[in-house]
Write a protein that binds this ligand. Sequence first.
Ligand code: NAD
Length: 320
Amino acid sequence: MASTAIKLNSGHLMPLVGFGCWKVDNATAAEQIYNAIKTGYRLFDGAEDYGNEKEVGEGINKAIKDGLVKREELFITSKLWNNFHDPKNVETALNRTLSDLKLDYVDLFLIHFPIAFKFVPLNEKYPPGFYCGDGDKFHYEDVPLLETWKALEKLVKAGKIKSIGISNFTGALIYDLLRGAEIPPAVLQIEHHPYLQQPRLVEWVQSKGIAITAYSSFGPQSFLELNHSKALNTPTLFEHNTIISIAERVKKTPAQVLLRWASQRNIAIIPKSNNPGRLLQNLEVNDFDLTKEDFEEISKLDIGLRFNDPWDWDKIPIFV
Ligand code: NAD
């Protein structure tokens, strides 16, 4: 049986499969999280920006109260949103997350994007999303990432966060962060699917002892519901001949092949589903292996196609 957790450089174990909380409806989130815990999920990937931490926390706390699971058996991730990068606002944002979740600590807190928007007070709009205090205009703050990072390090020492990490960072930014960090990032979370593979980033980051979590493992699928034009114009991975023929051979679904493609390389995955059958299916992806030839075939699908790109927000050049 393949390993089902990754040992982080912080010493903590992170489950290889988790449940992603983006776009999980407020109305159903508590129940979905509760059911996911019942199904066997232990990692929940949330964020301030998803606007559902209260409901996610409700599901978690009900499951703990009902004796389905203990807090220490869960791995709860949240992410610092762009408006809170200034060191004086980092703890304020984390405290809001903890009080929404009704938890004393998170297992992992990530810098969501290497982008600092202007601060928006919590009572003005929370989560602020793309609001920077002035209608739909973007405004930024001059906060170097290392300063935000140092504020996170303090919160690890204060016991409010077990491990800290980054998301949507590229090689050069990570290289620079490592020069100044006292605590190295434990995890890098990135968009990662056969249409966007970034093999050098994966190889280098893993060689530095930083674990990788893949998001949007099904490529365009998640962005179809947002009517994202790139997703509407790209063949789905579930119907791609390469993925279908591997799925038929290993007697798994295309979704399971896409998830195993990452988990077999020790990359954590955080798919989301409301459907009980798929919920279980997405969790059961570590009991089969793809062959070297399968990996070679899937590597041919890489077209560098990124769906989640801040260039589309305000021409922010983090991936240029
Ligand atoms: P996803 O890859 O989990 O895809 C979700 C879509 O796939 C949904 O439409 C769902 O109904 C469908 N689906 C799920 N399981 C299926 C199955 N077995 N068969 C067929 N269809 C299935 O997409 P995502 O939500 O973009 O990414 C997962 C998680 O990653 C998010 O919930 C969030 O936690 C995280 N994320 C992080 C960032 C970031 O910037 N760090 C960005 C996007 C997502």
